[in-house]
Design a protein around this ligand. Structure first.
Ligand SMILES: C[S@@+](CC[C@H](N)C(=O)[O-])C[C@H]1O[C@@H](n2cnc3c(N)ncnc32)[C@H](O)[C@@H]1O
Length: 204
C-alpha cells in the first residue's frame, strides 16, 4: 500500500517552488463558489499553500484549510492569517453533520490510495448541508495507482492515483452527490502529464 507519509514529505520539500509555480486559485472556482450561500463555511481539503482558501475568503466565505504538510501550511498562513489553517488529515478530518456549505478538494485526493476515496467522499457528504456542494479535481486517464517523478523535483517519486473519467464520477454519485458541472483539459508545462478533470457536484 502506498504511503501518504512519503507524499507529505515530498510536499514539505517542494513547498516553496510549488507555491511559486501554482499560485493562482483553481480553475472553475467561481462556478463552484456561486453555488454556495453568502458567507458560507467552506473546507479546503488538502489546501496546500492556500490559493483556493484565500480566494474563497476574499469572496466572503469562512474558510478552514487543512493539509498534512507543515511547510505548505507555513506558506498558507503567511499568505492569509484570516483563514483557519489546520494540520489535519483528509482521511480522518471531522465536522458535525450538516456543518459545511462547501468542500474543495483540488488535486488532493490524487495522493490518497483509491481504497480510501469512497469513505472520504461519504464523510464529506455527511458534513455538508443538504444544499452543499463539492469541487473535486483529479488527474484522469487510464485508471491506475503509480509512482511518478515529481516535475518540480524529479528525484522525488510521488504516489499518484489516476482516475478514469467514469470512475471518479461514479464514486461521487455512489457516495451521495449529483454531478452538475465537469470540464477536462490537457496537461500544461510543469504539470503532471495527465488530463485534468474538474468536477462540481451537489449533495443529493
Ligand atoms: C497537488 S497539491 C494541491 C494543493 C492545492 N489544493 C492546489 O490545488 O494547489 C496536494 C496537497 O494535498 C496535500 N495532501 C496530500 N495528502 C493529504 C492528506 N491525507 N491530508 C491532508 N492533505 C494532504 C499535500 O500536502 C499537498 O499540499
Amino acid at each position: 500500500m502506498a504511503s501518504n507519509k512519503a507524499v507529505i514529505s515530498t510536499y514539505n520539500k517542494i513547498a516553496k517552488v510549488y507555491a511559486n509555480t501554482f499560485s493562482n486559485p483553481s480553475e472553475h472556482m467561481d462556478e463552484f463558489l456561486k453555488l454556495l450561500p453568502e458567507n458560507g463555511k467552506v473546507l479546503d481539503a488538502g489546501c496546500g499553500m492556500g490559493a483556493d482558501s484565500n480566494y474563497a475568503h476574499s469572496k466572503g466565505f469562512k474558510v478552514i484549510g487543512i493539509d498534512m504538510s507543515e511547510k505548505m501550511l507555513e506558506i498558507a498562513r503567511g499568505n492569509n492569517s484570516n483563514v483557519d489553517f489546520r494540520l489535519a488529515d483528509i482521511k480522518n478530518i471531522k465536522f458535525a453533520e450538516n456543518e459545511l456549505d462547501g468542500v474543495i478538494a483540488s488535486f488532493s485526493l490524487i495522493h490518497i490510495p483509491k481504497e480510501n476515496i469512497p469513505k472520504i467522499l461519504r464523510r464529506f457528504a455527511l458534513f455538508l448541508k443538504p444544499s452543499g456542494a463539492i469541487y473535486v479535481s483529479v488527474q484522469a486517464g487510464e485508471s491506475k495507482e503509480i509512482f511518478i517523478d515529481e516535475p518540480l523535483a524529479p528525484e522525488e517519486k510521488l504516489f499518484l492515483n489516476i482516475f478514469s473519467f467514469d470512475e471518479i464520477k461514479n464514486i461521487l454519485i455512489n457516495e451521495g452527490f449529483e454531478i452538475i458541472y465537469q470540464h477536462k483539459r490537457s496537461p500544461r508545462k510543469k504539470e503532471l502529464p495527465f488530463t485534468k478533470l474538474f468536477i462540481i457536484a451537489a449533495k443529493k
